[in-house]
Design a protein around this ligand. Structure first.
Ligand SMILES: Cc1cc2nc3c(=O)[nH]c(=O)nc-3n(C[C@H](O)[C@H](O)[C@H](O)COP(=O)(O)O)c2cc1C
Ligand SMILES: [Fe+2]
Ligand SMILES: [Fe+2]
Length: 409
C-alpha cells in the first residue's frame, strides 16, 4: 500500500507499507516494515529517499498520480541501501529534470549500482543548505549509520529531521504517527537501534553531537513510525544506548618492530582507537622490551596485534622469535591481527598474518570484519604505505575502534 499523508504543510509521507515477513540482514522482520519516502511539494519539489527496490516501479507510478514528475527538482538520498534508494533508477528515467542530492560516497555507490550519469548529482558537504523554494534543507554527514555514505536531512522551517534508517522501527504501521500507535513502541525502537545502529555506536555519538543544537519538532525516519510525540525521548534513547562503557577487564597488546618509526605511528593510531573504546592498551617496541614482559602482557590481553615493516622481503629485527613464543600460548579466547608499514610489497605483514592464521586464536581479517561490521572499511591485516598521512592515520584509529568494538561487545 502506498500512502500520501501530510507531515507538515506541503510535506507528505509517500511510502510503502510492507506487511509481509521481510528477510533483512540475516534476520526475519516478523512485524514487517515500511519504506517511508517524503515529498516536499515546494516550488522546487523535492523527494527525500525512495522505497525498496522491489516496489520501485509501483512507487514511481504512484508518484505520477500525485504530481507532475517533470516538476521534481531534487531527490535527496540519505542512504544508498536499496531498501531506500531502490526506486532511483526508475525514478531518474522518468523525472528528467531531477538531480540527486547526496554525499560524495553516496554518488559513487549510486553510480555503481544504478549507472546514473555523473551530471545528475549535487554533492553536499557537512552542514550545507539547499533552498528548495519555500523551504530550506540542511544536510549533515553522519557516516557509518549504518553504512559509510550516510547523511541526515533537516528542514529548517518545519523543524523536521529526515534521518533515513536512524531513529527507525521495523513495524508495518498503518497509523503513521507514534502518538497514534496502539501499543508502546519503545521496545521495538530499541530493538531496531541495537540491531542496526549499536554496532556503530561511536558514530551514533558523533551524529548526536551534530544534531544536538537543532530544534527538532518531528523525526521522519524511513522505517516505521514518524516521531512527533516525545521526540527528545527518542534522541535521548540513542544518546543513552550509545554511551560506551569503559571496559576495564579487556586489554590489548600491540607489539611491533620498526626501522624509522613508520610502523610505530601505525601502532600509535591503532592504540588511540582502542583507548577511545575503553580498552587498556600496551604498545611495545620489540627493541626495548624483554620477551618475558611481552609474554606476560600477551597472556592477559584479549587482542594481540603484531606489526613489522618490511626490509628486503622480511620482518625487522628479532620479532619473528617473539611471534614464535607468542603462538605457543593458549590463544583460544583471543583476537589477533597483523599490521605494518611498507614500501612496495610488505611481505612482513603477510608473514605475520600466516603465523597468526595457524593458531587457535580468532584471526581478524577483512572477511571477518565485513561480517562483524556490515561494511568493508576496515581492511585487515592493516597495510600502510610508508608513513601514515592524515587519511591513513584516521584509518589506523578506525581500525583500533573496530577492534575495540569487538572486545567490548
Ligand atoms: C633497507 C630497506 C629495505 C626495504 N625493503 C622493502 C621491501 O622489501 N618491501 C617493501 O615493501 N618495503 C621495503 N622497504 C620500505 C620500508 O618497508 C618502508 O620504508 C617502511 O615505511 C618502513 O617502516 P618503518 O619506519 O616502520 O621501518 C625497505 C626499506 C629499507 C630502508
Ligand atoms: Fe540501511
Ligand atoms: Fe533501511
Amino acid at each position: 500500500m502506498l500512502n500520501k499523508i501530510e507531515v507538515a504543510k506541503n510535506s507528505y509521507c509517500v511510502g510503502k507499507i510492507d506487511d509481509r515477513d521481510v528477510p533483512f540482514h540475516r534476520l526475519m522482520l516478523t512485524k514487517g516494515t515500511t519504506y517511508n519516502a517524503y515529498l516536499l511539494d515546494t516550488d522546487k519539489a523535492t523527494l527525500i529517499d525512495t522505497v525498496d527496490i522491489s516496489f520501485g516501479m509501483e512507487f514511481v507510478k504512484h508518484l505520477e498520480t500525485i504530481m507532475d514528475l517533470q516538476k521534481l527538482q531534487y531527490v535527496v538520498i540519505n542512504h544508498v541501501e536499496p531498501d531506500h534508494a531502490g526506486a532511483i533508477g526508475a525514478l531518474m528515467n522518468k523525472a528528467k529534470n531531477a538531480i540527486i542530492v547526496t554525499t560524495e560516497l553516496g554518488k559513487k555507490f549510486l553510480i555503481g549500482m544504478f549507472k546514473i550519469k555523473e551530471d545528475r548529482f549535487h554533492i553536499i558537504r557537512d552542514g550545507e543548505t539547499l533552498d528548495i523554494g519555500g523551504k530550506t534543507l540542511q544536510f549533515f554527514e553522519t557516516p557509518f549509520l549504518h553504512t559509510e555514505e550516510t547523511m541526515v536531512t533537516y528542514c529548517i522551517e518545519d523543524k523536521i529531521l529526515y534521518p533515513c534508517d536512524q531513529f527507525s522501527t521495523h513495524i508495518a504501521n498503518y497509523e503513521l504517527f507514534n502518538d497514534l500507535a496502539k501499543e508502546d513502541i519503545t521496545e521495538d525502537f530499541k530493538v531496531y537501534y541495537k540491531l542496526i545502529m549499536h554496532p556503530h555506536r561511536p558514530y551514533v555519538r558523533a551524529m548526536i553531537d551534530k544534531i544536538k543544537n537543532l530544534e527538532i519538532n518531528m523525526i521522519c525516519p524511513s522505517h516505521g513510525y514518524v516521531l512527533r510525540k516525545d521526540v527528545q525521548k527518542y534522541i535521548d534513547l540513542y544518546d543513552e544506548l550509545s554511551q560506551v562503557e569503559l571496559s576495564t577487564d579487556k586489554k590489548a597488546l600491540i607489539v611491533f618492530s620498526s626501522m624509522t618509526g613508520n610502523t610505530s605511528k601505525v601502532a600509535q593510531g591503532i592504540k588511540e582507537g582502542l583507548v577511545e573504546m575503553g580498552v587498556e592498551t600496551n604498545v611495545v617496541n620489540i627493541k626495548s622490551a624483554d620477551l618475558n614482559t611481552i609474554l606476560d602482557l600477551a597472556k592477559e590481553a584479549s587482542a594481540i596485534i603484531i606489526g613489522s615493516s618490511t626490509k628486503y622481503g622480511d620482518m625487522i629485527g628479532n620479532i619473528e622469535d617473539t611471534i614464535k613464543e607468542i603462538i605457543k600460548l593458549d590463544l583460544s579466547e583471543k583476537l589477533v591481527t597483523a599490521f605494518g608499514s611498507y614500501g612496495w610489497s610488505g611481505e612482513a605483514i603477510e608473514i605475520i598474518n600466516d603465523y597468526l592464521r595457524n593458531t587457535n586464536a580468532t584471526l581478524l581479517d577483512t572477511s571477518y570484519m565485513i561480517k562483524a561490521t556490515g561494511d568493508d572499511h576496515i581492511k585487515l591485516p592493516l597495510r600502510v604505505n610508508f608513513a601514515p598521512e592524515e587519511q591513513m592515520k584516521a584509518q589506523c584509529v578506525d581500525t583500533g575502534i573496530a577492534i575495540g568494538e569487538l572486545l567490548v561487545k
